[in-house]
Write a protein that binds this ligand. Structure first.
Ligand SMILES: Nc1ncnc2c1ncn2[C@@H]1O[C@H](COP(=O)(O)OP(=O)(O)OP(=O)(O)O)[C@@H](O)[C@H]1O
Length: 557
């Protein structure tokens, strides 16, 4: 339950004014419903008594019937207003929550990114946030409205009818209706939680199946994996059915408790009327009002039946929001870069992926000047990509410094740093959509001339022209190009930034020797002044570089 508090706080602070008005209207709806039933009961009983006493002709039917119409219409109008205000505020609160989750994802420390699965994060953003839409609408607002209505009605019945009726109403609510609601919340907690987990598992497994269908087909495991997906679906249905059964049984218990409360009110009203303490019409008012009050608590049942899936979803969402909190070490000072300092300088830099673990890189030193090309060499797993990430300020050195233009990377303002340094990672992701739009990610407002120039630099202009030009489209994650073509398109995107320092992690992976040589020459021609640091295994890249540095010498593991 505690995990719901940060979510309630977020939804509330996003638009508290609408929620407050919505909750007030919700109380108005319930009070109007109770008053409507109470007044109707009183009206019928009073009219009957007046008829029996032979005073039917002088009995005022107009004011009570006007009151009934007013309450009926007022209730409908208040219900409409309440729905608009609370739904609108909740949906806007959830939209804000999605944006906060996206921000948290995009500020997640780089070292933690490999542990994040795309399908899992998509589930967080969609199913988990959807599961939270009931927190305000089906739990908090109905609870606040029910408690407020119970209090208002108790005071009204105390004044209008008799304190004995109020004592019975409160006692039977506390001893009968609330335990029945509590039972629904307790019993449905597990199945509602498990059904949400099964649904999330189904979505993740299904997305993984689609993404890995080629490999699964090759290994002959497609059917087995499909069965694994369906297994999650079957589990979800089973838990949903179990939850439905509990909700129905809970509904029966709650209705029984409500009927008992109303029956007690009828008995008390009858006894009081027989003793002459109240007149029979007020006894009828007390009975019908109590019936309506008991029913006002009923809607809480739905929210309580979902509490398991809500608290679970809230826990996951809160965890992700915490993961993305900006790290203290990323604070920026306002010192300026020095123009005569080396473009890139590692000074005794050490790094480990685990806080207390052994160093992967120890006392690493390197300088790259503007216009120079340096190749990092070393066996697979020696730490070349990690050095690239240190230079791009994606991860921080454990000890020592990494500086660009004499300014420690910790001291750079993020936008300035991203203008100065660009990285082509080992595995870069292309976006689906038009090629022009994919390139414009790196340079907004890109014109055709610039686009063709950069495509020519990476020897891709002919390929794109043959595909139908800059408006030709790529599929999901850039499918529709060969491996080498995808690599060159990703490279073109990085070049468009025109960075002072270009970091290339195996840039010609997947290219034949001639194309690789052409592409490397194109890069240097496109960015003649930039310093280039590349991680390399390939001869064409080593020949292209001015000097090489072996990472293995600084590698401790
Ligand atoms: N995010 C990470 N968390 C923990 N360990 C990691 C992470 N990324 C890489 N490593 C480990 O760090 C070591 C260096 O990896 P890195 O990718 O820097 O090597 P590399 O020299 O670029 O290898 P390759 O030439 O195969 O690309 C490897 O042992 C790798 O398993």
């Amino acid at each position: 339950m505690r995990s719901l508090l940060p979510i309630i706080r977020r939804i509330w602070t996003n638009d508290w004014w609408s929620l407050l008005r919505g909750a007030a209207l919700s109380v108005a709806v319930l009070v109007a419903g109770i008053a409507l039933l109470g007044l109707s009961g009183w009206f019928i009983a009073a009219a009957g008594v007046a008829g029996l006493a032979g005073a039917g002709v002088v009995f005022d039917v107009f004011r009570p019937s006007a009151g009934v119409r007013f309450l009926a219409l007022g209730r409908t109008a208040a219900r409409y207003g309440e729905r608009i205000l609370t739904h609108d505020a909740t949906l806007r609160g959830l939209a804000r929550l999605r944006v906060d989750l996206l921000t948290a994802l995009s500020t997640t420390p780089f070292a933690r990114l490999p542990a994040l699965r795309a399908s899992e994060q998509l589930t967080r953003l969609t199913r988990d946030v959807d599961a939270l839409d009931g927190v305000a609408l089906r739990l908090v607002i109905p609870l606040v409205a029910a408690v407020a209505t119970l209090m208002i009605s108790a005071v009204a019945l105390w004044i209008l009818v008799d304190p004995a009726l109020v004592v019975w109403l409160l006692a039977s609510t506390i001893a009968g209706i609330l335990p029945a609601l509590g039972l629904v919340a307790m019993r449905s907690r597990k199945p509602s939680r498990l059904s949400q987990l099964a649904l999330n598992a189904f979505r993740m497994r299904f997305m993984d199946l689609i993404q890995a269908r080629a490999e699964l087909t090759i290994f002959g495991k497609l059917d087995q994996r499909a069965e694994y997906v369906m297994d999650a679906e079957r589990r979800m249905r089973k838990e949903l059915e179990r939850n439905d059964r509990i909700e129905r049984a809970g509904g029966f218990l709650i209705s029984s408790a409500e009927s008992l409360t109303a029956a007690g009110a009828l008995l008390i009203g009858g006894l009081l009327a027989r003793a002459g303490v109240i007149d029979p019409a007020l006894a009828a008012l007390g009975f019908f009002a109590t019936l309506a009050i008991a029913e006002a608590l009923g809607p809480l049942r739905r929210g309580l039946a979902e509490i398991g899936r809500m608290t679970d979803a809230a826990r996951r969402v809160n965890r992700l929001l915490d993961t993305g909190k900006p790290q203290a070490a990323f604070a920026r000072s306002l010192t300026h870069p020095e123009s005569n300092a080396p473009l890139l300088q590692f000074k005794d830099a050490c790094f480990s992926y685990r806080e207390e673990g052994p160093l992967l890189i120890a006392d690493f030193n390197l300088q790259v000047a503007s216009g120079e090309t340096v190749a990092l060499t070393g066996a697979s797993g020696s730490g070349k990509s990690t050095i690239m990430q240190l230079a791009a300020s994606m991860v921080r050195p454990t000890r020592g410094t990494v500086a660009i233009l004499g300014k420690d990377l910790c001291d750079w303002e993020e936008p300035r740093l991203r203008e100065t340094v660009s990285l082509l990672p080992q595995r870069s992701a292309l976006l689906s959509g038009a090629i022009r739009d994919g390139l414009a990610v790196a340079r907004p407002g890109l014109n055709d001339e610039d686009a063709w120039a950069v495509l020519s630099a990476v020897a891709l202009d002919d390929v794109i022209e043959a595909r139908g030009g800059l408006d030709s489209r790529l599929g999901e994650s850039g499918t529709g190009l060969s491996g080498g073509e995808s690599r060159r398109l990703a490279l073109a995107r990085v070049l468009l930034r025109r960075p002072a320092l270009l970091l290339l992690d195996e840039p010609t992976e997947g290219l034949d020797r001639d194309t690789a040589t052409r592409v490397l020459a194109g890069i240097r021609k496109y960015l003649p002044e930039s310093g280039i640091l590349l991680a390399s295994h390939r001869e064409a890249e080593l020949v292209f570089s001015d000097r090489q540095q072996d990472v293995a010498l600084f590698c401790e593991t």
